[in-house]
Design a protein around this ligand. Sequence first.
Ligand code: UGA
Length: 420
Amino acid sequence: MCVDNNQKKIDTLLAGDIPIYEPGLEEIVTKNVASGNLQFTTNTEVGVDHGEIIFIAVPTPPQPDGSVDLSFIEKVAREIAAVLKPGQYRVVVDKSTVPVKTGEKVTDTINRYADKGVEFDVVSNPEFLREGCAVADLMEPDRIVIGANSDRAMALMQKLYEPFVAPVLVTDINSAELIKHAANSFLALKISYINAVSQICEASGADVEKVAEGIGMDKRIGRHFLNAGLGYGGSCFPKDLAAFVAIADQIGVPFTLLKEVMNINENQLERFVDNIREKLWVLKEKKISVWGLSFKPDTDDVRESVAIKLLEKIVSEGAEVSVFDPKGTDKALEFFPDLMSKVKVCATPEEAAAGTEALIIATEWPEFAGADFAKVKESMLTPVIFDGRNLLDPAKMTEQGFDYRGIGRGVDLEKVETAS
Ligand code: UGA
């Protein structure tokens, strides 16, 4: 039983439409709605009566100073409290990403607003799925973290997760909450680390792809999340890092390392645009195509997308931009109408590239690698590619006659060819 206060969203789901693009999700929802396993309502009481376990999965957006806006969590806690009934034990599980000690606040709030004698426990069970592969990540997670301070709640949670083949880490609530922020921050740190290395590669004539491969082969480091590019975006990393920094400041242990991770991330886009300016000089009136709007492939999510930030920059400098994204265009039009009104939206990557002086790859959709580059080269005014995600093979692109510029790929290809 899924509860949401947005009637329109519930109506959409009841009609069998999924409001986001997420591979595999539609089939699961359709199948389970048809079998009656999955239901939707706007009535909190119906949701609370329905099951022993209640997941809170509301947004925890950032405030201007980076700290987390917990008003949705607080409101839901009050709403649950108002309909809890004595003699009806409930486990209230926090799924949303929240600052450490939020569980304590949720417990206090429910205690304050509920009738005397209600029985409940609060649990922290952070989610680690990624957009674009959410279904697989949920069904086959690397681990399940359950933070509870009561045996009764822990037993119920373990029973819930019994069918999953994944290690279960049992902790206290505070540690579970911290695991989520610490994990996302560490992944962002890996990305900023390789992006900082990419700058050194560019300056020294090395190839960041080889460096990432070489360090990633060390099992202690691992190759994941060492893809250099325009930096991380999306609705999680930027917000969670700012939140973790704010939490650390609040409890008096400033996390300066993470501030640098954030600086490197911002700098990475600046440097990329500098490289474009270096080649094209003035961007005003330059015809540029951008492939990719979503914050990463396999999603239509454009929130905090670096591709959108890049678009904003070059459009503000007067570039005439044509864009293509396989799934993200509708969301971009919905959330960035002003920006999108200033660009030409195209139906194919080839159409976007035609007649332009440079092509920028901002999101690594796999289909971009399979584009018809002979046609693209033929139709461009000047065949320059800025590959912000190192999606393409520099040697192949150079061979096809492109002036190819990736991230951290400072290798002199002529020299490599001579040497081999
Ligand atoms: C992230 C985490 O990976 C999930 O474990 C977590 O559950 C989720 O946040 C969350 O907190 O809800 P997500 O934001 O969906 O998932 O996407 P990621 O695949 O982590 O990518 C985030 C950003 O990092 C993207 O902009 C991506 O392009 C960038 N990235 C990722 C790189 O620049 N390089 C890499 O090597 C990997």
